[in-house]
Design a protein around this ligand. Structure first.
Ligand code: UD1
Ligand code: MG
Length: 483
């Protein structure tokens, strides 16, 4: 279907008073993206000649989201209603004959539904085609008043419903296809006759109908697609639907997700076949996970890239890091920006890394901080090892060679190099480079003093004795106290 006679208009200028927020409504997020971004993306495959976004509240921030997606913006200032928003968009629509109009706050609409709307509009030679939905609870929405089984006589806003109309459960999604010439002439007749003194786009429907123009309503197959976000509760509902769709899509491609309703996955995340995701996991940003991995409960991965057969034990936090095939981390590991664990490396509990490259098969099993560090293959970093990478002014590198053994509780004061195959004695504070195959030892030498403890105890006991004796000599006072 060629759509070069079609423009898309997204109305995104409103503040969103009902959200009670300092952030403009369309910049709120659901399903891992801002509301307005979802809508621009849903419309893009229609290949319209133009996508125009009407902006007003926080116009610059909204423009910064939609312009990289090839949409143009027009400024509506002040915001005098959805009909007024259309008038502001008018000059940007060029020679388009049709327009698909969408609100900026109904982000679940799918491309297929929009394509079907345009097709129904063209096939029915309509002046307007409304995407409607039948809802169990229609409150808060404008209602579709039918003229016949296929045509519509009006949309009535919630505030203006008569008692009879209140029972209508077919609602206006605020997604429409208009034949523009007819729409503009009808909109010209609309007046701001409502308590907000706004020009309602929905009032143009009654005008078209009274002129015997064809106004159709197409009922959405999945009513969830039209959910608008006017309140925080609406945002939560919409988020829940997006998350469910994403999880279902991954399960369809061979990913196991346990207790799926507890797992949060952003839209751009990729997961390979036979990977298992345990309950309460979050996979965020551009995270990419290979095949046959296990991501265990409570772990949060943001912009992480994992190879195949990687195990993330419970409660790990990973951001902007790379884990090659067969790596095992956690439980309770924290990998920060720029961490790269090479094939088969192991990072255990209570280990934090930042800008750290850990070589193949190397182990950092417990209680360690590695920052701005390189660890060669097959090296072993003992419990409690810390890189002192920051001197209060600058960050400095620590370079540990291959096959190195760092004894427990060592402090490596950067910049420092530990040569291949070297040993560091436990408890050392290493300030100088250690040569390959050497031993670095930097701690006080142990001195044993035989019998010292026994003598100490005897001395202490002797010092205590006179005190005890004197307290025994005052029994009368104690009995007085007891009275
Ligand atoms: C609107 C419809 C209602 C429908 C519902 C579906 C109207 C008058 N009512 O109501 O029939 O059932 O959507 O969700 O259209 N906007 C502007 N400029 C303005 C006013 C609004 O750009 O001057 C934008 C808003 O940013 C928003 C969209 O238009 O994205 C819809 O406005 P909103 O206030 O959410 O209308 P609803 O009360 O939800
Ligand atoms: Mg709304």
């Amino acid at each position: 279907m060629s759509n070069n006679d079609l423009a898309i208009v997204i109305l995104a200028a409103g503040k969103g008073t009902r959200l009670k927020s300092s952030l403009a409504k369309v910049l709120h997020r659901a399903g891992g993206r801002t509301l307005v971004e979802h809508i621009v993306r849903a419309g893009a495959p229609l290949k319209a000649r133009e996508t125009v976004v009407v902006v007003g509240h926080q116009a610059e921030q909204v423009a910064a989201v939609v312009e990289p997606l090839d949409a143009v913006t027009v400024l509506q200032q002040p915001q005098n209603g959805t009909g007024h928003a259309m008038l502001v968009a008018k000059r940007s629509l060029g020679r388009a004959k049709l327009a698909v109009v969408l609100p900026g706050d109904a982000p679940l609409v799918r491309t297929e539904t929009l394509k079907a709307l345009v097709t129904a509009h063209r096939n029915g030679s309509a002046a307007a085609t409304i995407l409607s939905a039948v809802l169990a609870d229609p409150s808060g929405y404008g209602r579709v008043v039918r003229k016949s089984e296929t045509t519509v006589s009006a949309i009535v806003e919630e505030s203006q419903l008569t008692d009879e109309q209140r029972d209508i459960n077919e609602i206006n999604s605020a997604i429409y296809c208009f034949t523009l010439e007819k729409f503009w002439s009808a909109l010209a007749q609309v007046r701001p006759n409502n308590k907000h003194r706004e020009l309602y786009l929905t009032d143009a429907i009654a005008v078209l109908s009274s002129r015997s123009e064809t106004v159709l309503a197409q009922v959405a197959a999945d009513s969830r697609e039209v959910l608008g976000c006017n309140t925080r509760a609406d945002l939560a509902d919409v988020d829940r639907v997006f998350r469910e769709w994403k999880r279902n899509a991954l399960m369809d491609t061979g990913v196991t997700i346990q207790l799926p309703e507890t797992v949060l996955i952003d839209p751009d995340v990729i997961v390979g076949e036979d990977t298992i995701i345990e309950p309460a996991v979050q996979l965020l940003g551009k995270t990419k996970i290979g095949a046959r991995c296990t991501i265990r409960t409570g772990s949060v991965l943001t912009d992480a890239v994992l190879g195949d057969e990687v195990t993330v034990e419970p409660h790990c936090v990973v951001a902007q890091s790379r884990l090659d095939d067969r790596v095992i981390i956690g439980p309770f590991a924290r990998l920060r920006i720029g961490t790269h664990l090479k094939r088969g490396a192991r990072v255990g509990n209570f280990v934090e890394t930042k800008k750290a490259v850990i070589g193949e098969g190397a182990k950092v099993p417990h209680l360690t901080y590695l920052g701005d560090a390189k660890v060669g293959p097959k090296s072993n970093i003992g419990a409690g090892t810390i890189t002192c990478n920051y001197d209060g002014f600058h960050k400095h590198p620590t370079n540990i060679g291959k096959g190195v053994f760092i004894g427990s509780d060592s402090v490596l004061v950067a910049p420092v190099r530990i040569g291949d195959g070297a040993y560091i004695a436990a408890g050392s504070t290493i300030t100088d480079n250690v040569p390959p195959q050497g031993l670095g030892i930097a701690r006080g030498r142990q001195v044993n003093k035989p019998g010292w403890a026994a003598k100490k105890r005897r001395d202490l006991a002797a010092a205590e004795k006179p005190k005890k004796a004197s307290s025994k000599r005052k029994p009368r006072r104690r009995s007085k106290k007891r009275k």
